[in-house]
Design a protein around this ligand. Structure first.
Ligand SMILES: Nc1ncnc2c1ncn2[C@@H]1O[C@H](COP(=O)(O)OP(=O)(O)OP(=O)(O)O)[C@@H](O)[C@H]1O
Length: 260
């Protein structure tokens, strides 16, 4: 059970405003975390810290045993897979799907003149197959549906075999069928002992895949609850995080929430 994230009293200030305050949080390799909270709570900012794109203003943040602020982030970043809409916007629309996934091995978006060997090609093809994308290998990224593009982004993030996988709202904007297909795939991936530690930001408890083990609730940049899923995804914890009387129900592996 290796330590993956170790945040101790972390705060982050931007342009004079406190975005995150007093964040103490630990993630180990076999855990899969979901991060929930209202708009503007600081969820994406927390993922940016975990991906080493930002450093804390105070406190100590250690990612994969590297302390942010005193390690080489260019060595650390290839060990982390990150999929988000902001990153997806950098993918050229006319890029071939196989290349979108394969260029991740060189941490670039858009194929230029890097050379790839047969091992990279075979690995990209295997990852595309695992995410039900093998028939899209030669299609242009921009020609795929939202659901297919989200799966390509995740395939790209796991191409390098990361030790930590960060997903920022992977199911946002998907229709019901595409969301359920993605959740099935994410659930199978999260349930495998071969998979890395995962942290996924979402707005909806309905989007928590099977196999996720822990949850962190953020409100106004502060943790209001964190721990095993069953202890955190409750009516009382979500009511207090969202400031609205909510009823949460669990049905098998999945959750639903509605106003009381
Ligand atoms: N570069 C920045 N400078 C100043 N404030 C910022 C900056 N980036 C984000 N913020 C602010 O930090 C707060 C947290 O933003 P963040 O995107 O992390 O929240 P979030 O929980 O992911 O929100 P959402 O659910 O709406 O995506 C917001 O109030 C946002 O306006």
């Amino acid at each position: 059970m290796a330590g993956v994230l170790h945040f101790d009293d972390v705060s982050l200030t931007r342009d004079g405003s406190a975005i995150l305050s007093d964040i103490t949080w630990q993630v180990s390799s076999e855990q899969r975390w979901v991060v929930l909270g209202p708009n503007g709570a600081g969820k994406t900012t927390l993922l940016q810290l975990a991906s080493s794109l930002l450093h804390p203003s105070s406190g100590s943040a250690t990612v994969l045993d590297e302390r942010l602020g005193s390690s080489d982030v260019f060595e650390l970043r290839p060990r982390i897979g990150f999929a988000s809409t902001a990153l997806a916007r950098r993918i050229p629309q006319d890029e071939r799907v196989l290349d979108v996934v394969m260029t991740s091995a060189h941490a670039v978006t858009g194929r230029w003149n890097e050379s790839y060997d047969e091992v990279d090609v075979r690995r990209a093809q295997r990852v595309l197959r695992e995410w039900r994308l093998d028939s899209f290998e030669d299609r242009r990224f921009g020609s795929l549906s939202d659901g297919e593009q989200k799966r390509v982004q995740i395939a790209r993030a796991i191409m390098t075999d990361p030790e930590l996988l960060l997903l920022d709202e992977p199911a946002a904007s998907l229709d019901l069928g595409a969301r359920e297909e993605l959740l099935q795939l994410l659930g199978a991936y999260a349930s495998s002992t071969e998979s890395p530690a995962m942290v996924m930001v979402t707005h909806h408890v309905e989007e928590i895949p099977a196999g996720f083990t822990h949850a962190l609730l953020l409100t106004d940049g502060r943790i209001t609850a964190s721990g095993p899923l069953d202890e955190v995804i409750t009516s009382s914890a979500l009511t207090s995080a969202f400031g609205l009387e909510l009823v949460v129900q669990r049905d098998g592996d999945r959750f639903t929430a509605r106003a009381a």
